[in-house]
Design a protein around this ligand. Structure first.
Ligand SMILES: Cc1cc2nc3c(=O)[nH]c(=O)nc-3n(C[C@H](O)[C@H](O)[C@H](O)COP(=O)(O)OP(=O)(O)OC[C@H]3O[C@@H](n4cnc5c(N)ncnc54)[C@H](O)[C@@H]3O)c2cc1C
Length: 499
């Protein structure tokens, strides 16, 4: 069959689906799942296809939820809530909230590309995750179809099969009794990560595991079921906004300032000094307003302007700050964000001039206190391989986008750099994916991040919903023998050299 644009997502792998099926209702999805189970064929739901980790591709059945039938949106203004079909586009969901003064605070910059089903399944978030968290906080109810065609709807808890409820309860009890695993899960409660299942939900809802399901499904990259719709809580939009732009001589100073300023902030974004230098060298039209690394801090609410001014005053002269600018009007704020927002298109324009920014290690995260170590370590990896790199991201929550520029087709170096960066990050410790979500690219490192005990519990959860591993296999778990070197990652799917 002709797989057209469906052989790729926004990552580096490609696979040709055996079948591409567009479902118009849940009965069709149930049929597709049952036939696939009978034939032993994997099934992968695809939404906007903007996943960067190779989670929205398959050599089995690719299932598309027809937009006309699965993108309805019902509004509950009184409760500040929406119920949406899984194929609803992210930007449309935001527009529906905006009509009554709300928004979905989980705001990936891929809003124009992605859909609700994809956002939920990748645990999407954005710059405002610092204060508002990821989408797991906002998914109130969820409806999904498991591998054997069972419909599970958290709005009707009594209809959820007893087999599933009992198995979830038993898994929750086992984790609760495992003090070291429980402590490590608790330690991650407030950090930003999108790697694997949120097992903490089982501990928080020990008496009523159905309530854990919305959080368990967020970030599950299509491995627990096909999500058909969800109920999403919005948040009232704050009136008032202000932003501060700061330039620092050294990245280390910018990281230290991010820690001081992040408490009241909505977003703390950073661009490293070498990135700005690279951009200025390669894109002369970029105004050279100053050198050094860049920090943008945004505040919202009625006191935003005061908070922004106080934040600037809070930074001591010795903080290494070279320039400060406070913006309290919308045009001023837009001007401040321009340099940060210009970054992605510029990174794309650099392709071919300095190399190709393959999406490999693009959303790692650490505790924000350890950002300097992450920056130093990443710099050493890139220097060892003589690679220029763009480094920028959400400093307030310790989540950086690392975009090394590789020589076109140098896949050996791509694999080495990915391995070295993921080893660095998990050793700090940190997460292999803070916001883009899991996929083939990162699956070999899940266990390094969480340990064999927690990864084991994740496998147990998977087998409750999909005992034969037919829903998107290979995007979370790989056989423990499969590591980059020994298995010559990334050869299990074919690696395409064109991106
Ligand atoms: C330029 C760019 C910028 C980005 N910026 C951000 C960002 O700021 N923040 C962020 O979090 N991410 C970002 N991403 C990553 C990506 O856009 C997000 O992960 C997004 O949520 C994926 O949504 P999608 O609709 O494209 O899903 P897809 O890529 O189609 O699918 C993602 C995963 O969800 C599963 N899935 C999709 N629909 C369903 C369903 N109905 N049922 C079960 N499983 C399903 C798929 O099988 C797959 O595993 C960015 C990506 C790009 C290319």
């Amino acid at each position: 069959m002709e797989s057209g644009g469906y052989a790729r997502d926004a990552g580096i792998f490609s696979l040709d689906p055996t079948a591409l099926i567009r479902a118009i209702d849940e009965e069709q999805i149930v049929d597709i799942l049952r036939v696939s189970e009978h034939l032993g064929l994997p099934v992968v739901a695809r939404a906007g296809g903007s996943n960067t980790g190779g989670a929205a591709i398959t050599d089995g059945v690719m299932l598309l939820l027809d937009e006309e039938h699965f993108s309805w949106i019902e509004t509950d203004e009184e409760q500040g809530r929406l119920r949406c079909g899984a194929a609803a586009r992210h930007d449309r969901v935001q527009r529906s909230f905006a009509r009554f003064g709300y928004h979905l605070p989980s705001d990936p910059s891929s809003g124009p590309l992605s859909r609700l089903g994809g956002n939920i399944n990748t645990r999407a978030s954005g710059p405002h995750a610092l204060r508002n968290g990821a989408i797991n906080r906002y998914v109130r109810e969820i409806r999904l179809i498991t591998a054997d065609g069972t419909i599970v709807d958290t709005r009707h808890p009594l209809d959820v099969p007893r087999r599933i409820v009992g198995a979830l309860r038993r898994l929750g009890r086992r984790i609760a009794a495992d003090a070291p695993a429980r402590a490590r899960l608790e330690a991650r409660r407030h950090s930003k990560w999108a790697s694997g299942y949120e097992l903490l939900a089982l501990l928080d809802h020990a008496d009523d595991p159905v309530r854990a399901l919305p959080r368990l499904v967020t970030g599950s990259v299509g491995t627990l079921g096909i999500v058909t719709d969800a109920e999403i809580d919005g948040q009232r939009r704050d009136e008032g906004r202000a932003a501060v732009l700061l330039r620092f001589a050294r990245d280390r100073d910018a990281c230290a300032a991010a820690l001081v300023l992040r408490d009241d902030a909505q977003a703390v974004e950073m661009v490293s000094s070498s990135t700005l230098e690279l951009l200025r060298e390669q894109v002369p039209e970029l105004s050279a307003e100053g050198t050094g690394s860049l920090l943008i801090v945004e505040y919202s609410g009625p006191d935003a302007a005061t908070e922004a001014r106080q934040a600037v005053d809070r930074l001591p002269q010795a903080s290494g700050v070279l320039a400060r600018q406070v913006a309290v009007s919308e045009p001023q704020i837009a001007a401040i964000w321009r340099e940060r927002k210009a970054l992605l298109p510029m990174v794309r324009r650099l392709t071919g001039r300095v190399g190709v920014p393959y999406s490999v290690v693009n959303d790692v995260g650490v505790d924000a206190h350890r950002l300097p170590e992450l920056l130093d370590g990443a710099e050493q990896v890139f220097a060892r391989h003589r690679l220029p790199a763009a480094v920028y991201g959400h400093a307030g929550s310790g989540n950086l986008h690392l975009r090394p520029f590789f020589a076109p087709g140098d896949l050996e170096t791509v694999a080495s750099v990915a391995e070295e960066i993921y080893l660095l990050v998990t050793g700090l410790p940190g997460t292999i994916t803070a916001e883009h979500g899991m996929g083939r690219l990162r699956a070999p490192f899940l266990e390094l991040e969480w340990g064999s005990d927690i990864t084991g519990y994740m496998r147990d959860l998977k087998s409750i919903f999909d005992p034969h591993d037919l829903l998107n296999p290979g995007v979370l778990f790989v056989p423990s023998s499969c590591r980059f070197r020994t298995h010559r990652w990334p050869t299990h799917p074919s690696l395409s050299g064109s991106r």
